[in-house]
Design a protein around this ligand. Sequence first.
Ligand code: CTP
Length: 398
Amino acid sequence: MSGDALAGREVLLVVGGGIAAFKSALVARELQRRGAGVETVLTPAGQRFITGVTFAGITGRAARVDLWDPSYPGELHIALTGRADLVLVAPATADLLARMAHGLGDDLATTCLLAARGPVVVAPAMHPRMWEHPATRANVALLRARGVVVVGPVVGPLASGESGIGRMVEPGEIVDAAARALTPQDLAGCRVVVSAGGTHEAIDPVRFVGNRSSGRMGYAIAIRARDRGADVVLVSGPSALPTPEGVTVERVRSARDMRDAVMAAAGAAQLVVMAAAVADYRPSEVAAEKIKKSDDELVIRMVKNPDILAELGASRHEGGPMLVGFALETSDLVERAREKLVRKGCDLVVANLAADGFDGDDNRVTLVTPGAVTPLAPMSKASVADHILDHFASHRAR
Ligand code: CTP
C-alpha cells in the first residue's frame, strides 16, 4: 500500500449552511491537490454563505444545489453518488446532522446522503449550545453508531465572538480524516511501537550531547500505522514535530529513558520499529551544577548506552514482536545493514545513506532482511513507512 489514499478517488463534498462554509473552499482545494476528483453539492443554506462559482473554479466541475436542476436530464443524486468513493460533509450543521440521522431526503444534499454508499465523514460546526443540545448529541451518537466518521468540532473562537466547542476543524485535518476513511484498515487490532527522534544525554543541568535527527521518519511510521488501523505507541525523543492525533505519545529525553519506555510498551506489541537515532554514548557523570568556563580544554568522559534494539533482539521469543531497525551509514550500506541485522537480532533493517534523507520529507532506503535486499526508489517518508508496514502485514498474513 503506497501513495495518498485520495489519489484518483472521487469525493462528494456537501457544504452545509454555516459560516465555516468559507473554509470548505480550502477543503476542496486540498482534496484536489491530493489527487481526488471533487463534486460539490451545496445546501440552499450553504449557498447563502459561499457560492457554487468558488467550488467550480477550484474543482473544474459545476457545483450543484438543486435536486430539480432542469439542465440535468437524469437523477442527479444517483449520478453524483454512483461515482463517489466517499462523502464529506463540511460544515455539517445541527440541522444537516439531524436530517442525516433521521434519513430525510428533501433536497439534493440529503438525497445524496441517502443514496451514497461507502464512507461518510462529517465535520460539524455550530454554536456550543447547539452542539451540546440533547437532540444534537443523540443525532451524532446515532450517526457514529452507523459508522459515520465525525471529525471535530474543536474548542476555539466562534462567529458569535465567544469561545467554546463548536468550531470546525481546519481543512487539512478534515482532508486527513477523509484520506484515513479511504485507507484499508489492514493493521486493525495490531499494537505497533515506534521510537523516533534523537536522544539528549545530559552533561550538566543546561547542556547535553545530541544529534540532528528530526524524528520525521519515525513520526511518519507512527502516523501511517495509525491510518491503517493499528494501535500505536510513539516513543519520541526531543523533536519539534507536532503530536500526532490518535497516537499514544511518550516523550523521553535520554537513551536510558527511551529504553524503559520502549521495553514497557513492547511487551504487548506485534511490531517494534526503532527509528530513533539513539545516542551510543552518554557522559559518564552529569554535573550537578552548570559547568563553569575555566581551562582551555574540557574533557568529557563517555560511557556506552544500552542498545535497545539489541536488547529486544536478544530477548526474542515465539509470538514476540517483529523487530525493525534502521541503519544510517556513510558507506558500505548493504554490508553494514546485514551485519546489524545479525548482531541486533532483528527481522528487517531499513538502511539509508546519511546523504539521502537525514532531514527533509523524502528518503531513499534499502530494505535488508535475512533473505533479500530491496533497494527502493527515492520517495516520501510516508511511502517508506508504508513499505515497512507492508512487509509486516505480509508476514502477519502468513
Ligand atoms: N539503536 C538502539 N539503541 C542504541 C543504538 C541504536 O536501539 N543505543 C538502534 C537504532 O534505533 C537503529 C539501530 O539500532 O534502529 C541501528 O542504529 P545505529 O546507530 O546505526 O547502530 P549502532 O549499533 O550504533 O552501530 P554504529 O556503530 O554504526 O553506530
